[in-house]
Design a protein. Structure first.
Length: 136
């Protein structure tokens, strides 16, 4: 079961039938995200496997997984915002149980991202899963 915030994204995507509008929506989600402070853009938070620069900074609060993220590419920043809605606030033990591919498939992203972006998205998902597992 996805987070309520992710369900909102699914509903928005159902309303937006044109993929250009969906891409714009993803970019807008990224623009609305607070930027990651430069002090947290360090090698330890950098995600390898992404064509653009990507940073994910984890935090655990009350047994729940939280993260901040950023990218130098607007569409990737938007994808981070989508992942934030999927994972942020989940209990640590639940993060690894999320079938991110299936959830993102509900948005049709699997069919509309370039191979490079898809690989980067997979790298971000894997980083999130590792961060949560290490925090348990």
């Amino acid at each position: 079961m996805a987070q309520a915030a992710f369900e909102d994204v699914v509903e928005d995507f159902e309303f937006l039938e044109d993929w250009e509008d969906r891409y714009r929506h993803v970019i807008e989600l990224g623009k609305a995200m607070a930027p990651l402070p430069d002090a947290l853009k360090v090698p330890a938070t950098k995600v390898d496997g992404c064509a653009s620069q990507v940073w994910l900074h984890p935090a655990v609060s009350g047994g729940a997984y939280h993260f901040q993220g950023d990218s130098d590419a607007m569409i990737v920043r938007g994808l981070i915002a989508v992942l934030h809605r999927l994972y942020d606030g989940l209990p640590l033990a639940e993060v690894g149980k999320v079938d991110a591919r299936a959830e993102l498939g509900r948005l049709g992203l699997n069919d509309h991202l370039s191979a490079q972006r898809s690989n980067g998205l997979s790298a971000m998902i894997e980083r999130i899963r590792i961060q949560a597992a290490e925090a348990v």
